[in-house]
Write a protein that binds this ligand. Structure first.
Ligand code: KIV
Length: 273
């Protein structure tokens, strides 16, 4: 059993996250992409489940988040929703479904909400996609922003290094963060930026700021589940804390199973009809 301090089964909503920030209660968010894992982390008391486009990496084996499609994100979100009772489920809008024009962005967001039953969408970017976010918000779809390292722009950045280290990028990030709050986003993810900058943004905004590689001065944390459970061992950035070593556990369990099958030890008399 987990040893978390979650003591209630009350459904997490966007307004409840804002209340959590007001009370100073930290928000715990993790990614999930399928029914079984969503059920496990929901039962453990996670506040927010992100159906991240990191599914492109950890589920589909792609090098970047760019190839995943809207249909594939809807498939993952639909599976996660079925396993979730308490957590708020947020679905990433994949690359190419919102940058072109705001009508297309709204149509993509509506498909996510209608077909998957996710409760909010997350979108990477600031001023350059303002119109798309505004149009989505007018349809009553809650939007979580995402600034800093935005992996869908990897081909522009050319690297997954820490963002907003220089003054100009930091200033743009601060201005984008305020803009996202002003137009009505209910929360903001800040990825891989200096802790001091993230703390400043969190203190200036009234919506929750959830960090990944952004230090402890924000209102909550998010990690990719496969990384924090040690399923994906190839990825070891400084910000990542591993809470389990599932790759070793799975390797040993599968090794034992193979041996038992080869040695005719499995199945035994009690394991047959
Ligand atoms: O896709 C994802 O998993 C994300 C998190 C890293 C925030 O966007």
């Amino acid at each position: 059993m987990s040893t978390n301090t979650v003591d209630n089964k009350r459904k997490v909503t966007t307004s409840r996250l804002i209340e959590m920030k007001q009370r100073g209660e930290k928000i715990a968010m993790l990614t999930a992409y399928d029914f079984s894992m969503a059920k496990l982390i929901d039962e453990a008391g996670i506040d927010v489940i992100l159906v991240g486009d990191s599914a492109s990496n950890v589920m589909a084996g792609n090098m970047t988040t760019l190839p995943i499609t809207l249909d594939q994100m809807i498939y993952h979100a639909k599976s996660v929703i079925k396993g979730t009772q308490r957590a708020l489920v947020v679905c990433d809008m994949p690359f190419g479904t919102y940058q072109g024009n705001s009508k297309e962005a709204l149509a993509s967001a509506i498909r996510i909400m209608k077909e998957s039953h996710a409760e909010a969408v997350k979108i990477e970017g600031g001023a350059e996609i303002r119109e798309s976010i505004e149009r989505i918000l007018t349809a009553g779809i809650p939007v979580m922003g995402h600034l800093g390292l935005t992996p869908q722009s990897i081909n522009k950045f050319g690297t997954y290094a820490v963002r907003a280290k220089d003054e100009a990028e930091a200033e743009k990030l601060i201005s984008d963060a305020h803009m996202l709050e002003e137009i009505g986003c209910f929360a903001l993810v800040l990825e891989k930026i200096p802790a001091e900058l993230a703390t400043k943004v969190a203190s200036e905004l009234s919506i929750p700021v959830i960090g990944i590689g952004a230090g402890g001065g924000v209102d909550g944390q998010v990690l990719v589940m496969h990384d924090m459970l040690g399923i994906n061992k190839d990825f070891s950035p400084k910000f990542l804390r591993r809470y389990a070593d599932l790759s070793t556990i799975i390797n040993e369990a599968v090794g034992n199973y193979i041996n038992d099958v080869k040695n005719r030890d499995f199945p035994n008399e009690n394991e047959q009809y």
